[in-house]
Design a binder for this molecule. Structure first.
Ligand code: NAD
Length: 715
């Protein structure tokens, strides 16, 4: 890459336009050579009296500057490496701030992390009103804090509350919102962004207006109070409590950012403030949490470059897809596809179901419209991409059909055969089944090479994972096409072999069953759920999750697992009592928790203990045991699925699938990274102990026992 070509000054009269357009890269990012080049250009401008103002602009399609080069961050190991990098950044951004002439950032597209911090060091910010424009500081998502002056400058520009809102959650805001909070000075149509930035530059020169250091001025009495010496501690305290509620203390970056902002807000001495920021940055950058979060980032980035098959296999082009069944999953799949520009034809056997499918999609777009994330025109455009009916009209033109009807092998096989007869010969049919065999189902297709699994997670619009399931006769082209479609739908695909529960449910089901054993051993629902949410960092506890999925579904799947996987999947005796008691979970308001008509949780349903014949919970087991029994069970199953059965090929795929499909805490790097941090010997020994105490379901698998001999790691 030529740094000279990547960043250059293009003079426009007496305005120096610095163009960012990294050669050979899709995005503009800040690596050391690029920053050195930028510094050179700033020094050149400083020494050239011709110039009266500077405009920073990107020549990339939808990126201003995406942030620091994460490859570089990943390669740094010691606090000292980080310190050098942030100090270099501070020096360059100070140069921008201290330049004798005004600097204007003309922002179109992603302006994130270091990009946003650079914009903050400028005197003025003009942004394009375009959905691609997003300005923010996502650093905490990588376990770090803004380290190029963001913690110091953002609060100064937009005030404490708005800055904390962005920094602590790692948020990015759209142009209008940025203008509302004072992060940008002007919002313009993208076609006139450059013109407007130049005009501003020229008028500043003409009026002889030079530098400015924008500082936040609270307008309302409430805002004035919040920014006062009495109000600020209250704002910090509330923000700290909110962070803790969200992270349960597992993520060090947000509290560190909060501390840095608390210590530097209102500080006159810039150098001292930036030094505090640099210290804070170095402290969190060397943590395991940050290392894990960066790894997860790289794993998801790597998927974007993959095809799911060996090189040379090309996916078929996808323009239009069909969705069979407009229920919970079908409606969600139709929404996501249409949202990403794919034409969708839904088919159901009931008009009511179709109407609900449309309504489901519509309600999500309505919410986006309300939040101004999409325009009315975009909403109409997206809605128009979805059509539906009770027959197969239009199926002859479809490239892919995704089946999401009732979970019944016979019905699915029949419907798949019928669908294939209405479609063109190379149309790929994919099933969204969660528990049935894809290979077996493929027998319903006249040409099973064109049949594959495409397993989405509920809710489809929120859960990023798609398991692409290769059946016994599935062709490479079918896998490649569904892999590509998943990416097109903004999902993270992982190719898995056919088998009970594929990879995610395969690991999740024994974990959920273990929660029921814990209940039978006298643990309370709240204690178990709390141990997993607060202790482990799961997004919800196992009982809450069972309620979400539906107790009937869980019981059915557990039995299928027990039949196919044997003694390892032991069924808790309580399992058969749910059906009789009419407990279905959230969908009928009656599960481990009670729910009102709107589905809002009303706390644990205490009557369940008596109903299952358990008596009052004693909560006598230690939290460590509660956690180990669930998590080590998953690790045990993962060792078999990965090493012996090769359901997936690599530990990365297990981790990615569990993070994206179940919300397994990313700060732990995934299930198997976590296993490595605990040690396979430790895990196998503990499982042996539980096997003696509670039964064979805990017996370490052969591959795990083997690894334990030398304490070998998964990675
Ligand atoms: N709900 C989940 O959490 C979840 C998650 C992943 C996968 N799945 C799988 O997705 C599939 C659908 O599940 P769901 O929860 O959306 O079910 P659902 O009951 O909400 O929807 C099924 C829809 O299919 C329609 N249907 C039934 N027979 C049909 C036919 N012959 N042709 C066209 N439409 C027909 C029904 O009218 C209904 O609208 C199942 O295979 C399920 O295992 C479900």
């Amino acid at each position: 890459m030529s740094v000279q070509e990547s960043l250059k000054i293009v003079p426009q009269g007496n305005v120096a336009v610095i163009e960012w357009d990294l050669v050979g890269e899709k995005v503009n990012k800040m690596s050391s050579p690029i920053m050195a080049r930028f510094k050179e250009l700033l020094q050149e401008i400083q020494g050239d009296s011709r110039y009266g103002a500077v405009v920073l602009i990107s020549r990339k399609a939808n990126i201003f500057i995406a942030g620091a080069d994460i490859d570089e961050i990943k390669s740094m190991k010691k606090a000292d490496d980080f310190r050098k990098a942030v100090q270099a950044g501070h020096e360059i951004f100070n140069l921008v701030e201290d330049l004798k002439i005004p600097v204007i950032a003309a922002i179109h597209g992603a302006c994130l992390g270091g990009g946003c911090e650079l914009a903050l060091a400028c005197d003025y910010r003009v942004a394009s009103e375009d959905p691609a424009t997003k300005i923010g500081l996502p650093e905490v998502k990588l376990g770090i804090i803004p380290g190029f002056g963001g913690c110091v400058r953002l609060p100064r520009v937009v005030g404490l509350e708005a800055a904390l809102d962005i920094i602590l959650a790692g948020k990015a805001v759209a142009a209008r919102k940025a203008a509302k909070i004072g992060l940008v000075d002007k919002v313009v149509h993208p076609s006139i962004l450059e013109e407007q930035a130049l005009e501003l530059a020229r008028s500043l020169i003409a009026e002889g207006k030079g530098k400015r250091r924008k500082s936040y001025k609270p307008a309302s009495p409430v805002d004035k109070f919040k920014d006062s010496f009495i109000g600020r501690p209250i704002v910090f305290k509330m923000a700290g409590a909110a962070v803790f509620k969200q992270t349960h203390g597992h993520y060090p970056a947000p509290p560190k950012a909060l501390e840095v902002i608390r210590r530097t807000y209102g500080m006159g001495d810039r150098a001292a403030a930036l030094a505090i920021e640099a210290d804070g940055f170095c402290e969190v950058a060397v943590t395991d949490v940050s290392r894990h979060l960066i790894n997860v980032f790289f794993m998801t980035e790597a998927v974007k470059k993959k095809t799911g098959v060996a090189s040379g296999v090309k996916p078929l082009p996808i323009r239009a897809i069909g969705v069979l069944g407009a229920g919970t999953m079908g409606g969600g799949i139709a929404y996501v596809a249409a949202d990403k520009g794919v034409e969708v034809r839904m088919k159901d056997i009931s008009n009511d179901a179709l109407a609900k499918g449309f309504e489901h999609a519509r309600s999500i777009w309505d919410k986006l419209l309300k939040k101004r994330r999409i325009s009315q025109h975009e909403l109409t455009q997206r809605m128009n991409r979805v059509t539906g009916g009770l027959d197969y009209a239009g199926f002859g033109q479809l490239d892919v059909v995704i089946e999401a009807i009732v979970e019944d092998m016979k019905i699915k096989q029949r419907v798949i055969g019928e669908t294939a007869s209405k479609c063109k010969p190379d149309c790929i049919i994919a099933t969204n089944t969660s528990s049935l065999s894809v290979s077996e189902m493929g027998k319903g297709h006249p040409n099973p090479e064109n049949f594959v699994g495409m397993h989405f997670f509920n809710p489809v619009d929120k859960m990023p994972l798609v398991e692409v399931i290769r059946g016994a006769r599935t062709s490479d082209v079918a896998v490649a096409t569904i892999f590509e479609l998943s990416k097109k739908m903004g999902k993270v695909p992982v190719v898995v072999k056919d088998g009970p529960g594929f990879i995610v449910n395969r690991l999740l089901v024994p974990y959920l069953l273990e929660a029921m054993f814990l209940l039978e051993d006298g643990m309370s629902i709240e204690t178990v759920d709390k141990a997993y949410v607060e202790g482990v960092g799961m997004p919800m506890g196992p009982f809450r999750l069972i309620d979400e999925v539906g107790l009937d579904v869980c019981v059915k799947v557990a039995k299928i697992f027990h039949e196919s996987l044997g003694a390892r999947i032991e069924l808790p005796p309580a399992l058969d009592k749910f059906g009789a008691a009419g407990r279905l979970g959230k969908k009928n308001g009656k599960g481990f928790y009670k729910y009102d008509e709107r589905g809002k949780s009303q706390g644990v349903d205490e009557s369940i203990y008596g109903e299952l014949g358990l008596g009052s919970p004693t909560d006598k087991l230690k939290t460590s045991e509660v956690v180990e029994r669930g998590i080590f069970t998953m690790i045990n199953e993962a060792s078999l699925a990965l090493i012996e059965e090769r359901v997936v090929e690599t530990p990365e795929e297990v981790d990615l699938a569990m993070i994206m499909g179940t919300g397994f805490p990313p700060f732990r790097g995934g299930l198997l990274r976590y296993a490595d941090s605990v040690g396979t010997k430790n895990i196998a020994d503990t499982l042996e102990r539980y096997a003696i105490q509670y039964g064979v379901r805990f017996k370490p698998s052969k591959p795990l026992a083997n690894m334990a001999k030398t304490d070998r790691k998964f990675y």
